[in-house]
Design a protein around this ligand. Structure first.
Ligand SMILES: Cc1cc2nc3c(=O)[nH]c(=O)nc-3n(C[C@H](O)[C@H](O)[C@H](O)COP(=O)(O)O)c2cc1C
Length: 196
C-alpha cells in the first residue's frame, strides 16, 4: 500500500527482474531501443547534463572486436545476446549545456575550465543514467546483463573517441535457458538506512 506502482510493474522492474546470463535468439528491435531511450532520457542528472552515450554494437564484425575485449567469463553471453550496448560517458557533455540548461549562462564555461570536475561529473551522472537504462530495458519486458569485466582502455580505443569513456557493457534480450545465477542476498533496510 505504500507504493503507487502496480504490483505487476514492481515485479517486472524489481522483484522478478534478474541479470541474464543466457539469451534466446529473438532479436531486439530498433523501435524497442528507441522506446527504452524515450523513457530513460527523463532520468535526473546534475544541471540536466545527460552525459550518457550509447553505442549499439550491431554488426558481426563489431561484435567480434568487442568479444576480444571482454573478460573470458563474459564472452559467451556477450556473443549470444541479441543486442549489446556500450554505455559511455561524454566527457565533453558541457558543450550541450547551453541547450539543456539554458538559463545558467556560465555553466558551459565552468566545466570547460575544469577538466577534473568535468570528468567526475560526466562519470557520476552517466552512471546514474546507466541504472535508469537497465530499468528501461526491464520496462520493455527484456532482460539486461550489465558487465564491467572488460578491457576498458581497449573499448575506449576501439569504440569511442578521446572525449568518451566506457562505463558498462550491457547485454539485452529475452532470457534463455538457465539464464540466472542464484539470487544473492540483498542488504536489509536496517543495514542500509540510518536516521539522524
Ligand atoms: C556495473 C555492473 C557490472 C557487472 N559486471 C559483471 C560482469 O562483468 N560479469 C558478470 O557476469 N556479471 C556482472 N554483473 C552482474 C551482477 O553480478 C548482478 O547484476 C548481481 O549479482 C545481481 O544479480 P541479479 O540481478 O540476478 O539479482 C555486473 C552488474 C553491474 C550492475
Amino acid at each position: 500500500m505504500a507504493l503507487t506502482l502496480s504490483s505487476a510493474a514492481q515485479d517486472l522492474l524489481f522483484r522478478e527482474a534478474r541479470t541474464a546470463n543466457t539469451f534466446t535468439d529473438e532479436p531486439v528491435g530498433d523501435e524497442q531501443v528507441r522506446a527504452i531511450y524515450d523513457l530513460v532520457k527523463y532520468a535526473p542528472t546534475a544541471m540536466n547534463q545527460q552525459p550518457l552515450r550509447v553505442v549499439l554494437v550491431c554488426s558481426p564484425e563489431a561484435r567480434e572486436r568487442l568479444l576480444g575485449l571482454m573478460a573470458p567469463g563474459n564472452r559467451a553471453k556477450t556473443a549470444a545476446a541479441p543486442l549489446v550496448a556500450v554505455l559511455a560517458a561524454d566527457l565533453d557533455f558541457h558543450e550541450e549545456l547551453p541547450k539543456v540548461f539554458p538559463h545558467s549562462a556560465g555553466a558551459r564555461e565552468m566545466f570547460a575550465e575544469n577538466e577534473a570536475l568535468r570528468a567526475h561529473s560526466a562519470r557520476f551522472n552517466a552512471t546514474l543514467q546507466v541504472g535508469y537504462f537497465i530499468l528501461g530495458v526491464r520496462a520493455a519486458g527484456l532482460a539486461a546483463g550489465p558487465m564491467a569485466g572488460y578491457d576498458a582502455d581497449g573499448i575506449d580505443k576501439e569504440f569511442l573517441d578521446d572525449a568518451h569513456t566506457v562505463l558498462a557493457v550491457v547485454n539485452i534480450g529475452r532470457p534463455g535457458e538457465d539464464a540466472w545465477f542464484d539470487r544473492l542476498p540483498r542488504l536489509t533496510y536496517e543495514e542500509v538506512v540510518t536516521t539522524v
